[in-house]
Each structure stands twice: as C-alpha cells, then as structure tokens.
Design a binder for this molecule. Structure first.
Ligand SMILES: *[C@@H]1O[C@H](CO)[C@@H](O)[C@H](O)[C@H]1NC(C)=O
Ligand SMILES: *[C@@H]1O[C@H](CO)[C@@H](O)[C@H](O)[C@H]1NC(C)=O
Ligand SMILES: [Zn+2]
Length: 446
C-alpha cells in the first residue's frame, strides 16, 4: 500500500484527494464480509493451555455491537482471565422463557508442524477451504449466530422477536467447563435469563443431511487395583496380583467386544453402547534406567479405563457389574470410579432431550431447518461430552447442532477446515432457526 501514496507527492491537491480515496478503497481490497470476520476470529489463538479469552471476547463484543439492537455484557465468574460474553436480543414478551445459544471460546491445542497451513492463519484456499484450529469446533457457530442476526436485522430493521434470544460465549469447555458453563449455570445472571431452550454445538456431517444430538455420553474414569502374593519370578503359584488383574482385564475386554459387536453389526451406533477402553497399565518393581526387576512377581497391579455411558444405561446396573464381574473382591480386586459429570437431571431423569412430538421445541427447530431447505439425520447421542450436560441437568431442553454438511469430521484433528460455502449456508439455517424459535409462543414456563 506504499506505492499509491508515494505518487501523491507530485500531484495536485484534487488528484491527491482522489488518490487518497482510491488508496483507501484499494487498502480494503477485500471488503469485510462474514467470511473475513470468521477468518479474523479464527486468528485469535484461544487454544489451550494459554487461550487468549480477552482478545476473543473483545472481538465478539465489537462484532455484536456493530449489529443494531444487540446488547452485550461481559461476566467474570472466576478470574479476570476467564471472561464470559453474553449477547442479548430482547424480545417483546419478557415473561416467556428465553432462548440461549452457546459457543465455547476455547479450542484444543494444534501442532503447527503437522498442518499444511498455520493453524492460526485462517488461510482460505482457492477451493474455499478455511484452515484453522476451531474452524469446526466451534468458532464457526460463534460467528454464524451473529451473522444470522445481522442479516435478519438488516433485512428487516423492525424485526422484534417475541422471545428474548441470548448467546453466551463461554471459556474452558475443552477442559471440562468447571470455570465456564458449570459456573455460569449456577450464577444469578443465568437464573435471571429464564432459559426455556438451549442450542449448543454439534458435529460435522459427511452427508448432505445435518446432524443433531439429543444427549451426550457421560464419562467415568475407572481404576481397578489388584493385590496378590508376591513371589520369585520363577515360581508358579495361584492368585498373584498380575494374574488377578489380567483376569479382570479379560472380563472387561469380553464386555467391550460384545458392545463393539453391536456397533459392527449395525444394531447400535458407537455412541449408543457403553465403551470401556483400557488407557493405562501400572505394575512391576522399578529397577535402574526405567527398567523393571524381572525375577519378581509384584504384589500390586493397576489398570485404568475410560468408560462412557449413554444416558439410556442405568448407572447402578453398570456399577453392580463392575463390583461383581470386573473387579470382584473375592479375587482381591478393588476399584474406584470418578464420575466426570452428571448422569441424571435434578428430577432424576436421564440426561436426554426428547426428539418427538412431546417436545414442542424439537418440532419448531426441525421445521425451521427444513423450511430453509435443510435436512436432518436421525437424532443422535454424541460420543463425547459437551457443555450441554449442565443445561440438561437443569431439565432445560437442549440440542447439539453445528450446521456443517458434506464436510469431513476434523474436530481436534490436524488441518481442521470448513468450506466457505458450508459456512455461509449455515448462516441461512440459523436465520431460519432464530426467526422460528424467537417467534414461537407455544411452550410456557417449564
Ligand atoms: C486374596 O488375598 C488373601 C489374603 O492375602 C489370600 O489368602 C487369598 O488367597 C487371595 N485370593 C485370591 C483369589 O487372590
Ligand atoms: C418421546 O421421547 C421420550 C424420550 O425419548 C419418550 O420417553 C416418550 O415416550 C416419547 N413420547 C412420545 C409421545 O412418543
Ligand atoms: Zn466443541
């Protein structure tokens, strides 16, 4: 941009004004669009372990304020480093429960050396792929919500929703949400929102149909410990700690195989079975240089499992199975379960949102997606876990949805990208969803 300005020196004032204008327009060669705003947001590094939440929140705050009628508030529920941004479009009937959309500010780390484009460059290739950490998970929806609102309000400056719509941008989802959504739902600010329906992130779909999620699986960390008689490595005897642990692992493996067979046979989806994957083994008597004593059978051995429960499973039955079969005390096995999240809502119901006629929000959501030409796949349980569980625990109807179709699933992967056309189509889908949800007067208070 230096060249045009240099020429100005030798020209008349009139030409100078013209050229300055010219120079401004060429400087903005790429006019601001929803795509460039998406790229700008992607360039803010909010990857763990040092997410720049302040930069992300101030960017979104400015963006929201550039849209007429939107109000914003920044909440600090833990430390000044972990802000939460709340954007609000007030409805004409504040007595009706509000709608809340969510997007987490953070993302998982990225290893730049394993990417074709730097993960925070947000490069757009000729075929429209925008490469960045967070492009799918979930910075796309963060911008799409606002761009949809911008379009609705620009097309109809008189647009006044009946129900209030809020968008929250929360920290720390990728590390469990304890300083993020978990804190937010306990706050007075949240209670004052009187949320009636919650829309959270989903996942990309490789087909022409969008995916929608009505539940998350709940993670358990299971540790099984075995004890047994120690002895010389050369001796054969019964009930060593290693033998007891290996028997336990055999039983868990058999269970895992049966569950996996249901998936392989197409009876159940991956997210509908209980997964139990061994993640560590710990035993042996250390010697020098990270080696182990070879002629001793240890008196203790331990294995760790990542266990995931779909909401359809009775957790007490699984606990009984663990106590009776996976880690029976009669075999000198003990176990410890860390439940990494709620399994039941405040009324003791499974954490699932109905996706049938019994849930009026489902009907409104589904009709809105279809009204703009979108198609939905059969609703699914998400294999992993999101902030949605904190809202379902409060009994609030909650769906997981990120409008990405014909897109490979690249969340947490190298070379995460989203195509511009898919991103833009998603904005249209949210325009339809926002108009329908905010004008829906049917469902009363919970
Ligand atoms: C369990 O430990 C007890 C006490 O050390 C021992 O007598 C018994 O044989 C062990 N049983 C098994 C199945 O390991
Ligand atoms: C709707 O789905 C819920 C949850 O899956 C189920 O309990 C209920 O029986 C269903 N109701 C109707 C009317 O189909
Ligand atoms: Zn996510």
């Amino acid at each position: 941009m230096v060249k045009p300005n240099m020429r100005i020196f030798i020209l008349s004032t009139r030409t100078l004004v013209f050229l300055t204008l010219f120079s401004i327009t060429t400087q903005q060669e790429v006019p601001e669009t929803s795509i460039t705003r998406f790229q700008e947001y992607l360039r803010i590094n909010t990857a763990h372990p040092n997410p720049d939440y302040s930069a992300a929140v101030s960017f979104l705050n400015v963006l929201a304020k550039s849209i007429p009628n939107l109000q914003t508030r920044t909440l600090y529920l833990t430390t000044p480093q972990k802000p939460l941004l709340l954007v609000t479009l007030p409805g004409s009937n504040p007595s009706l429960p509000s709608i809340l959309f969510n997007s987490h500010l953070d993302s998982v780390p990225a290893e730049p050396s394993k990417w074709v484009h730097h993960p925070f460059s947000a490069v757009k290739t000729d075929d429209g792929k925008i490469f960045a950490r967070g492009a799918q998970d979930d910075k796309c929806i963060a911008i799409q919500y606002l761009e949809a609102l911008r379009n609705i309000i620009l097309k109809d400056p008189e647009f006044k929703p009946v129900r209030t719509l809020h968008i929250c941008y929360v920290p720390d989802e990728e590390i469990g949400g304890l300083d993020g959504m978990a804190k937010f739902v306990e706050s007075n600010e949240f209670k004052q929102l009187n949320v009636g329906f919650f829309l959270d992130e989903g996942q990309a779909s490789t087909t022409n149909q969008y995916r929608v999620f009505y539940a998350d699986r709940s993670p358990w960390n299971l540790v099984i410990k075995a004890t047994g008689m120690p002895g010389h490595g050369s001796r054969m005897f019964d009930n060593s700690a290693m033998e007891n642990l290996m028997k336990s692992i055999e039983v868990v493996s058999k269970f895992r195989e049966n569950q996996f067979d249901l998936v392989k046979a197409g009876v159940l989806a991956n997210s509908e079975v209980i997964s139990a994957n061994a993640v560590y083994l710990k035993a042996g008597i250390p010697s020098t240089n990270g080696n182990f004593v070879m002629n001793m059978q240890p008196s203790e051995a331990e294995a760790g499992f990542d266990v995931r429960l779909p909401p359809t499973v009775d957790p007490d039955l699984l606990k009984k199975r663990i106590a009776d079969e996976w880690a029976p005390a009669t075999r000198n096995l003990s176990y410890h379960i860390v439940e990494k999240g709620p399994l039941r809502d405040y009324k003791g119901r499974p954490l699932m949102t109905a996706t049938n006629d019994s849930n009026p929000w489902w009907i409104v959501f589904k009709d809105a997606v279809e009204a703009c030409g979108g198609e939905l796949m059969k609703p699914e349980i998400l294999s992993s876990t999101t902030d949605a569980r904190y809202l379902r625990q409060l009994g609030i109807p909650t769906l997981g949805f990120s409008p990405m179709k014909n897109t490979p699933i690249l969340l947490h992967d190298h070379n995460e990208y989203l195509k511009d056309t898919v991103f833009l189509e998603g904005i249209k889908v949210y325009e339809s969803i926002i108009k329908s949800l905010t004008s829906f007067e049917g469902a009363g208070p919970l």
